[in-house]
Write a protein that binds this ligand. Structure first.
Ligand code: 5GP
Length: 211
């Protein structure tokens, strides 16, 4: 049976809070790109902690990516109605991409520091796809405007699973601009926004912390 980790809204808040100083210090993002749906809430919380006095909030753009699922979902526990454990697919589908019309001066991403936010780095397929496609957009824009300004992508995830990855990230990102608030084993993480019964979810988290 797959072991499950229950993460509460408070946990998510605190993971973002404790990671923000490092992100501000090392990545200095000018724009966040949240991968939906799991990256939305962490990105919003992070935004508050990344705000510096006298500067505007860092804008958040959303992209929607989903790993194509060929197999029906299965449950981690037979006696548990919520928190389905999903079968990972192999093919990423875009369900939403950048809205250039609302990006203003960020519209071409060229020369910008961009923080990609997601909730979990599991097989890394999604992050690899996001970085590759965003870099392609940047290269196109760079060619169009004839600029050689460098765009720096960095990555923040709440959890990185310590396992063999299928996806790969450029070395400069992985070894210089990648932050996971926590590294965990190959377990199933139950996030609060997926819970059918949030009180039971919080109770499961509390019980696990006492065990
Ligand atoms: P990837 O395998 O591409 O790194 O992750 C793909 C997506 O699968 C993640 O963005 C997330 O939505 C979902 N996923 C992977 N592992 C977990 C997990 O342990 N818990 C939850 N809730 N979703 C996960």
């Amino acid at each position: 049976m797959v072991r499950k980790i229950y993460v509460t809204y408070n946990d998510v808040h605190k993971l973002c809070q404790e990671s923000a100083p490092h992100i501000l210090d090392k990545f200095k993002p000018q724009l966040m790109i949240a991968i939906g749906g799991g990256g939305f809430i962490p990105a919003r919380i992070l935004r508050s902690f990344l705000k510096t006095p006298g500067s505007p909030n860092i804008p958040i753009q959303a992209i929607g990516l989903s790993l194509y699922e060929k197999l029906p979902s299965k449950r981690a526990n037979d006696n548990d109605d919520d928190d389905m454990v999903e079968e990972a697919g192999t093919q990423v589908t875009r369900t939403q991409w950048l809205d250039m019309s609302t990006l203003g001066e960020m519209s071409n991403l060229v020369g910008k520091r961009v923080l990609i936010v997601d909730e979990v780095d599991d097989t890394r397929t999604t992050l690899e796809y996001a970085v590759r496609e965003l870099q392609k957009d940047v290269e196109e824009a760079r060619a169009k405007i004839g600029s050689d300004a460098k765009t720096e992508f960095s990555i923040f995830v709440l959890h990185n699973k310590d396992k063999q990855k299928k996806g790969h990230l450029p070395d400069d990102i992985l070894h210089g601009r990648y932050l996971a608030a926590r590294t965990v084993g190959d377990e199933w993480i139950c996030y609060p926004w997926e819970a059918g019964d949030i009180d039971q979810h919080d109770k499961n988290a509390e019980d696990a912390s006492k065990a």
